[in-house]
Design a protein around this ligand. Structure first.
Ligand code: NDP
Length: 495
């Protein structure tokens, strides 16, 4: 059967790339071609930015509660189409259906949450230092926002960016990851169905180096919101600095969980298997370091290995599957490269460490859930983001030692501790240098109404989720209204 061909959405119309070029989208579990999407370049991006510029004035003048009504309708359309979207997502990037349903649900949660913010978008009033003078501040939109997203959460991550950008009154050009353009196109289609005016949200699919780069370089784009690798994010930040643009970055993680001897090891095992191997380890919050107290290392290791060995790999659409493929052949090679590095560095491979080709799995990019022990904190596998089904066991002599190891990375996204000692738990919360900390829970599972993001090289100080996300997508405007009828000079007229 011939693969379907999809189009960009620019100024309210579905259009091909100006060059006519297309690129293939493949199912990583089967290798099947799912569709062809535009391979857009700078001229398509320019058309999309022009459409966003034309739509901007009318959209920013639309009262925020009215903008939000459209976002409520987006939430409702997402609810209606959840199953269809989840199934397509499993086909497009591989994770199992329970997880792709969760991905769509996160977009639904975000749409309801952000639509509610349309009736708040609070500023505040403050007393002026002068008589007969009002002082307050309000949020104002920035203008045109460029959204660049990865493939691991094809709907949730775009929703964290596009929904708050729109409720704040910005217009948007969206470039999804090239592994997951179909979900990006569906997402935009839903905004169109919900009645979003033409040009307010546009999508161009295409390679990062061409379409993404053109978006970042475009002089009319005021803000780039990016999630992806630290290397790409930092390169884009340099370009944005030169162009005088704001950029919000959500980048890598090297997330860790501490397991103390008094922990509930059954719970810790369940949570760590889920955190390490859910989404085949391809989450920015995936647990890739397990820092276990020496006294409990053997017990925990035995439990984790027994569970990892039994995880069922397969096509994520099949109900029995627990772990899907990784997103592509090149990602699989990258993951395996790290496993070879770990072995060379002297870590001990306990389970996994290889591609799986049994039966139908031969058609896809399947990698066995992998655990190393005897990992030293400075090894590359303990410092670099692997982004696959690989986790490390690192032994610690004490609670303090475990904290030192946990904080000793360039990243700072998510962390957790398993203990029944409330003092240890609260001290860990205080001492851990990450944007997200869990107690008696794995490293994954953020909720949309709390701030999401990290310290150090994970980000650049911004947060997504929570009301904090509104600070990314708005400017503060301070307003002074002097009704004294005379000149009053701040800081000078003090009598
Ligand atoms: P990238 O950071 O390269 O890609 C993320 C997004 O940026 C994609 O939409 C990509 O487009 C786009 N992009 C790439 N280059 C440019 C550019 N020059 N200008 C503008 N946009 C660009 O990540 P990859 O998908 O290549 O994954 C590589 C590694 O990154 C993974 O193995 C993992 O370690 C890490 N990663 C981390 C994520 C996280 O959430 N922490 C998410 C995804 C990846 P395109 O898809 O067309 O290349």
């Amino acid at each position: 059967m011939e693969a379907a061909t999809f189009k960009n959405y620019i100024a309210g119309a579905w259009v091909p790339a100006r060059s006519g070029a297309v690129m293939e989208v493949r199912n990583p579990a089967t290798g099947e071609v799912l569709g062809l999407v535009p391979k857009s370049g700078a001229e398509d991006v320019d058309a999309a930015v022009s459409a966003a510029a034309r739509a901007y004035d009318a959209w920013r003048r639309t009262p925020a509660p009215r903008r939000a009504e459209i976002l409520f309708r987006v939430a409702e359309r997402l609810v209606q189409r959840k199953e269809e979207l989840a199934r397509l997502m499993t086909q497009e990037m591989g994770k199992v259906l329970a997880e792709t349903r969760g991905d769509v649900q996160e977009a639904i949660d975000m749409a309801y949450f952000i639509a509610g913010e349309g009736r708040r978008l609070h500023g505040y009033t403050a007393p002026s230092e002068m008589p007969h003078k009002a002082a307050y501040c309000v949020r104002a939109p920035l203008g045109i926002v460029g959204v660049i997203t990865p493939w691991n959460f094809p709907m949730a991550i775009p929703s964290w960016k596009i929904l708050p950008a729109l409720v704040c009154g910005n217009t948007v050009v969206f470039k999804p990851a090239s592994y997951t353009p179909l979900l990006g196109l569906r997402f935009v289609e839903i905004f169109a169905e919900a009645g979003l005016p033409a040009g307010v949200l546009n999508i161009v699919t295409g390679p990062g180096g061409a379409a993404g780069d053109a978006l970042v370089e475009h002089p009319q784009v005021r803000l780039i919101s990016f999630t992806g690798s630290t290397e790409t994010g930092l390169r884009l930040a340099e370009k944005c600095a030169r162009g005088g643009k704001r950029i919000s970055l959500e980048m890598g993680g090297k997330n860790a969980a501490i397991v103390m001897p008094d922990a509930d090891l059954g719970l810790a095992t369940d949570a760590l298997i889920w955190s390490a191997f859910g989404t085949s380890g391809q989450r920015c919050t995936a647990c890739s370091r397990i820092i276990v107290h020496r006294d409990t290392a053997k017990d925990l290791t035995d439990r984790l290995v027994a569970r990892a060995e039994r995880l069922r790999l397969g096509d994520g659409l099949l109900p029995a599957t627990e772990v899907g493929p990784v997103v592509s052949e090149s990602q699989l090679e990258r993951v395996h490269g790290y496993v070879e590095v770990g072995t060379r560095e002297g870590a001990r491979l306990l389970v996994g460490g290889q591609r799986v080709r049994d039966g139908d799995l031969a058609r896809g990019a399947f990698y066995a859930p992998t655990i190393f022990d005897r990992v030293a904190p400075q090894m590359r596998i303990a410092q670099e983001e692997i982004f696959g089904p690989v986790t490390d066991l690192i032994e610690a002599d004490s609670f303090e030692d475990a904290l030192t190891v946990l904080n000793n990375t360039r990243y700072g996204l998510s962390a957790s501790i398993f203990t029944r000692d409330i003092n240890a738990a609260m001290r860990a919360v205080e001492e851990i240098d990450t944007g997200i900390v869990y107690v008696n829970h794995g490293t994954i599972g953020a909720e949309v109404h709390l701030p999401f993001g990290g310290t150090k090289f994970t980000g650049n100080g911004h947060r997504e989720g929570g009301v904090q996300v509104l600070d990314v997508f708005s400017e503060w405007k301070a307003v002074y209204v002097d009704f004294s009828g005379r000149l009053q000079r701040a800081q000078i007229d003090r009598e």
